[in-house]
Design a binder for this molecule. Structure first.
Ligand code: IPM
Ligand code: MN
Length: 359
């Protein structure tokens, strides 16, 4: 198989973790006889420094001409505490999601037995967690009209959703539930927000088309609590943009490290794969960041290409590093391995150069 991949290294640790994924994709290509072509493009603080724009036109062009996009991370501290900044790195990612209509962000939450001790939750609560968050990605309060009054004392962000925007992601979530444990939980704030009441109505109506899926509804404050006290109850969580952003960070740390969670953003044709973590500027360039969030995102990309055996092999490799104690500093601050070493080990595993019985 031959595929064109747009690579956006981005900011902070983005470049170093994404480079490991490229090595892993190259190892997959060699091992299974595929050809991946990479085109590099700029976005975020990196793009602002080099071009003045967080999302240069060329980047959109490169992405449109590719079969998938692999993206690292975005953000730089110099913008975070400057409320007057006119351009922000994050605008690049938001504009890219919007222009490619990547409306569904899929964030699977996987736990690893060997990392149980790192979870803030007790082992008996952790057992059997297996859920996936379907986060709406191109609507809601992120994209509504924003205002700031002339005196600078009043600000607003509109939250807007249309029936069509809700339906298209809900169909994907229902179908995913059919392939899984057949449970869908809509998370909203329907006791307060009009948009949430629309979500609830649309999802209630759609439920009739998926009689094999049981549907329940949770207010977001309750859902945040339930994720901590009884995460096992969740199978597919469907939610709007901002609630999904918040809940997925919360869900990620119950697995032991934010550095482990991958994501896929899909929509009308395009597909972007990125770890859910941020740019972690304090670690940039130190070769200490966890590459697994990115490598597992690359595995989701392989699945998207229909290369499911290859994807499973990459996941097995990641699992093997964790089980063997080949972990980065976020997981073991004393006996840790470098980002690039983990990347190399995963490549070796993928190419059958590791004889696991020796370990
Ligand atoms: C994420 C990030 C982004 C978001 C930021 C960087 C704009 O937190 O992908 O979860 O809020 O969507
Ligand atoms: Mn986030």
């Amino acid at each position: 198989m031959e595929k064109k991949i747009a690579v956006i290294l981005g900011d902070g640790i983005g470049p170093e973790v994404t480079r490991q994924s490229i090595r892993v994709l190259d190892a997959v290509a060699k091992q299974f006889g595929h050809v991946f072509h990479y085109s590099y493009a700029l976005m975020g603080a990196d793009a602002i420094d080099k071009t003045g724009s967080p999302l240069p036109d060329e980047t959109i062009e490169t992405c449109l001409n590719s079969d998938a996009i692999l993206f690292g991370a975005i953000g730089h501290p110099k913008y975070d505490n400057d409320p007057n900044a006119k351009v922000r790195p994050e605008q690049g990612l938001l504009m890219l999601r919007k222009s490619l209509q990547l409306f569904a962000n899929i964030r699977p939450v996987t736990t690893y037995a060997s990392l149980q001790h790192l979870s803030p939750l007790k082992p008996k609560i952790l057992e059997g967690i297996n859920c996936v968050i379907f986060r709406e990605l191109t609507g809601g309060i992120y994209f509504g009209n924003k205002t700031l009054s002339e005196d600078g004392n009043t600000a607003s962000d509109d939250c807007i959703y249309t029936k069509g925007e809700i339906e298209r992601i809900a169909h994907l979530a229902f179908r995913a539930a059919q392939q899984r444990r057949k449970k869908l939980t809509l998370v909203d704030k329907a006791n307060v927000l009009e948009t949430s009441r629309l979500w609830r109505k649309v999802v209630q109506e759609m439920a009739a088309q998926y009689p094999d899926v049981s549907v329940d509804f949770l207010f977001v404050d309750n859902a945040a609590m339930q994720l901590i006290i009884n995460p096992r109850q969740f199978d597919v969580i469907l939610t709007e943009n901002m609630f999904g952003d918040i809940l997925s960070d919360e869900a990620s740390v119950i697995t032991g490290s934010l550095g482990l969670l991958p994501s896929a953003s899909i929509g009308n044709g395009g597909a972007l794969f990125e770890p859910i973590h941020g740019s972690y500027p304090q670690a940039a360039g130190k070769d200490i960041a966890n590459p697994l969030g990115s490598v597992l995102s690359a595995a989701m990309m392989l699945d998207h290409f229909g290369l499911t055996v290859e994807a499973a092999k990459v996941r097995a490799a990641a699992q093997w590093t964790l089980d063997s104690g080949f972990v980065t500093k976020d997981i073991d601050p004393v006996n840790f391995y470098f980002t690039s070493t983990i990347g190399e080990l995963i490549c070796d595993f993928v190419q059958d150069k590791i004889h696991t019985e020796l370990h």
